[in-house]
Design a binder for this molecule. Structure first.
Ligand SMILES: O=C(O)c1cc(=O)[nH]c(=O)n1[C@@H]1O[C@H](COP(=O)(O)O)[C@@H](O)[C@H]1O
Length: 236
C-alpha cells in the first residue's frame, strides 16, 4: 500500500528537475520539513519508474503527477503498466478532468491498488483571458466548479485547483481531496503561475495538500524555506 502519512504536514514539494542526483539531494534535505514529494513529467521523462523508486526509497509519500489525458482504454492501460513496473503504487496520481467521465472512471478502476486519483481542472497558470482564447466561456471559478462535480460523479477522490476556488468546491464536496498548487509565500516570485495563494490561505480555505515547487527548490536555503512554511502552518 502507498504511504499516505501526509496529514501532519500538508506540503508536497515539487521536484521538477531532470537531474536525479539533484532530486535525491533535495529530497534528503527537505525530508524533515515536508509531508511528501511530487514528481512530474520533467522528472519522469528523464528517469521513469526507476527514478520514482529511488526518491520513494527516502520514505516520503509520492505524488506522481503525470496528468493522464487520453481515451479511457489508453489511460487505464497506462496506469496498469505503471503499477506493473513500479515497486509500490504512488500515494496520488493525476488525470485531466477534461478527459471525461468514462476516462476518469477507467483511471480510478485501474488505480484501485490504493493510489488516490485526483482530476486536474483549470491549470493555475491560466486566467480568465486565457480561457477566452481557448474558447471556454465562464470564469475559472465556474469552470472549476463544473469540473469538480464531474470528477466527483466519476468516482475520483478529489481535484487539483487553485487557492481561489478551493473554498467553494470544498463547501460542496466536504470529503473531497483537494490538491492546491500555485502556492506562493508572500514576497516570492510568481513566475508562470496566474491564480496564486499563500500556503496559510490555501489551507484555511480547505486545501488537503499544498504543492510547492520553485519557492522552495530554487531558494538559496531550501530546507530553511520549507521549515519556515511548516512552522507557519503548524501555528494555525
Ligand atoms: O497538477 C499539478 O500539480 C499542477 C496543476 C496546476 O494547475 N498547476 C500547477 O502548477 N501544477 C504543478 O504544481 C507545481 C507548481 O510548481 P511551482 O510553480 O514551482 O510551485 C508544478 O510541478 C506544476 O506541474
Amino acid at each position: 500500500m502507498p504511504n499516505t502519512d501526509f496529514l501532519s504536514n500538508p506540503v508536497f514539494v515539487a521536484l521538477d528537475t531532470p537531474d536525479l542526483k539533484k532530486a535525491e539531494k533535495l529530497a534528503t534535505i527537505l525530508r524533515p520539513h515536508v509531508g511528501g514529494i511530487k514528481l512530474g513529467l520533467e522528472f519522469f521523462m528523464a528517469h521513469g519508474h526507476y527514478g520514482v523508486e529511488k526518491i520513494a526509497d527516502q520514505g516520503l509519500p509520492i505524488f506522481l503527477d503525470l496528468k493522464f489525458h487520453d481515451i479511457p482504454n489508453t489511460v487505464a492501460s497506462a496506469i496498469e503498466a505503471l503499477f506493473q513496473a513500479i515497486k509500490s503504487p504512488p500515494a496520488i496520481l493525476t488525470v485531466h478532468t477534461e478527459g471525461g467521465e468514462a476516462m476518469m472512471r477507467a483511471a480510478k478502476k485501474a488505480a484501485d491498488k490504493g493510489s488516490k486519483v485526483v482530476g486536474v481542472t483549470i491549470l493555475t497558470s491560466l486566467d480568465q483571458s486565457d480561457l477566452g482564447v481557448i474558447g471556454m466561456t465562464g470564469t475559472p471559478e465556474s469552470q472549476v466548479e463544473k469540473l469538480a462535480r464531474l470528477a466527483r460523479r466519476s468516482g475520483l477522490d478529489g481535484i487539483v485547483c487553485s487557492g481561489e476556488e478551493v473554498e467553494q468546491v470544498h463547501e460542496e464536496w466536504r470529503d473531497g481531496f483537494f490538491v492546491v498548487p500555485g502556492i506562493r509565500p508572500a514576497d516570492s516570485v510568481v513566475g508562470d503561475q496566474k491564480r496564486v495563494c499563500t500556503p496559510a490561505d490555501a489551507l484555511d480555505r480547505g486545501a488537503s495538500i499544498l504543492v510547492i515547487g520553485r519557492p522552495i527548490t530554487r531558494a538559496d536555503e531550501p530546507a530553511e524555506v520549507a521549515s519556515a512554511i511548516a512552522r507557519q502552518l503548524r501555528r494555525k
